[in-house]
Design a protein around this ligand. Structure first.
Ligand code: DLL
Length: 422
């Protein structure tokens, strides 16, 4: 099922031509509408009148969250304030928030990308769609709302929290599509079990905003008996869904290439990774007005899986599910690993529940890993230690808790904690 079949199935050469035209246009737009962008392009010797589009892409300077913070709140905005209709922001961990302003056209572009994701997951007009991410500064709730409007769904704007009420809503309205932050999936399953309830009408789950390890995806799909999809996007690119999602073939995230150029760069350098090699996702938005990003270094790690047409008929580039963020990489006793790899390994132990904490203890400069995980009776700390030793090559200390004992968070789950034992 397509939302915009023509654009979603453009041939590679049509896509390249479109990206080329749109890239020239957006470079001219930022140059003529914002002084910060103008200065950055001048410094990089990029002249929008002679800029040759895709051939000159790598001449454009990269940007990252630092610029967003430096020019907080609207220093990089390319339209007058009276043309802004909405804003979202993410706080991240370090102080000044990242702000994304939207014009009317930007809201429409967001809704279009998001509606494509719904339809790609199998949504049909009139389907009941329950939106559980927060409606607020976080872009999750509103993005899913704007998309659901364009996909003509019956929206249940539940927002976050109160899981029992979520379940009562889903039962009362026969929710078919559930949207959530990944870690909220297991939480709903847990409360469903406590209430001795099931959701037989639920068919589609759209999850994102956090790493989605293959085993977490399996736990969620099997737990609900649904097809679960991995949706990608971020505040800086315009929110949830802007960077696409996987299709029912589950062969990678289809990035909406008519709206975004995706590059995979070697971390810390400007060098392109060959297809298949993991690197940092770098994004250029082609169709946004208020604040387009140009070669934005997302910090997320992925790789190109395919540039060929997918079995679903879509032609856009496919990238691997995000394995982690560059700044999430943990190094303990010479072993590098990502929290998502710990999750993947833990969920392979029968009886382990998808609730865990990774605690990095710093004992006078010597780091140790401590894993707290919820599991059924019979799972021991030794089993956790052995599994991680086998799969990741380091020996953590494992502690097993009863289901429900570890704290739950609203929104994105905090999995990693640092403790100083000095
Ligand atoms: O998390 C947007 C979103 C909301 C996506 C709801 C999906 C569902 P931010 O708060 O700005 O926006 O955080 C963006 O979250 O750079 C990734 O590190 C991470 N992230 C988002 N989607 C995924 C995903 C939203 N599908 C940051 N897999 C990004 C892994 C994801 N990480």
């Amino acid at each position: 099922m397509f939302h915009n079949e023509k654009e979603e199935t453009l041939t590679r050469s049509e896509l390249t031509q479109l990206q080329d035209e749109r890239l020239k246009k957006v470079v001219k737009w930022i140059y003529t509408h914002n002084d910060v962008f103008k200065q950055r392009l001048d410094e990089a010797n990029v002249n929008p009148d002679t800029f040759r589009g895709l051939d000159d892409l790598t001449a454009l300077p990269t940007m990252n969250k630092k610029e967003f913070r430096e020019y907080f709140p609207l220093g990089m905005c390319c339209v007058p304030k009276d043309q802004i209709r909405e804003m979202h922001q993410s706080s991240g961990t370090s102080g000044t928030p990242v702000v994304m302003p939207y014009t009317n056209n930007d809201i429409h572009q967001w809704g279009e990308c998001m509606a494509r994701c719904y339809k790609m997951a199998g949504a049909q007009p009139g389907d009941v769609c329950q939106i559980t991410p927060t409606f607020g500064l976080f872009n999750g709730g509103f993005g899913m709302y704007h998309g659901a409007r364009q996909a003509e769904l019956f929206i249940v704007p539940a927002s976050s929290g109160n899981t029992e009420r979520q379940i009562r809503l889903a039962k009362a309205f026969n929710t078919k599509i559930l949207t959530a932050v990944v870690s909220y999936g297991p939480r709903i399953l847990e409360v469903l079990a406590q209430m001795n309830e099931t959701l037989p009408d639920l068919k589609i789950g759209i999850f994102g905003a956090e790493m989605f390890s293959p085993n977490m995806k399996k736990t969620i799909s099997e737990g609900f008996g649904i097809d679960a999809f991995d949706i990608y996007g971020m505040t800086e690119t315009g929110g949830v869904g802007t960077l696409g999602q996987d299709c029912p073939d589950h062969s990678g995230i289809h990035v909406w290439e008519d709206h975004y150029i995706v590059e995979i760069l070697k971390p810390g350098s400007n060098e392109q990774c060959p297809d298949g090699e993991q690197g940092e996702v770098v994004v250029t938005s082609l169709t946004r007005e208020a604040l387009p990003v140009i070669r934005f270094r997302t910090g997320d790690l992925s790789r190109v899986l395919s540039r060929e047409k997918c079995a679903c008929g879509r032609s856009h580039i496919r990238i691997a599910p995000i394995t982690g963020r560059l700044d999430d990489m943990l190094i303990v006793k010479g072993v590098n690993f990502f929290p998502s790899q710990v999750e993947q390994a833990l969920l392979e132990i029968p009886g382990v529940h998808p609730q865990y904490q990774i605690i990095i203890e710093n004992n006078h400069g010597v780091k140790d890993v401590h894993i707290n995980v919820e599991a059924e009776e019979g799972v021991t700390g030794y089993m956790v230690e052995k599994k991680l030793k086998e799969t990741l090559g380091f020996s953590p200390k494992g502690d097993v808790f009863k289901p429900g004992e570890l704290p739950r968070q609203a929104g994105k789950a905090q999995r990693v904690f640092f403790e100083d034992k000095n």
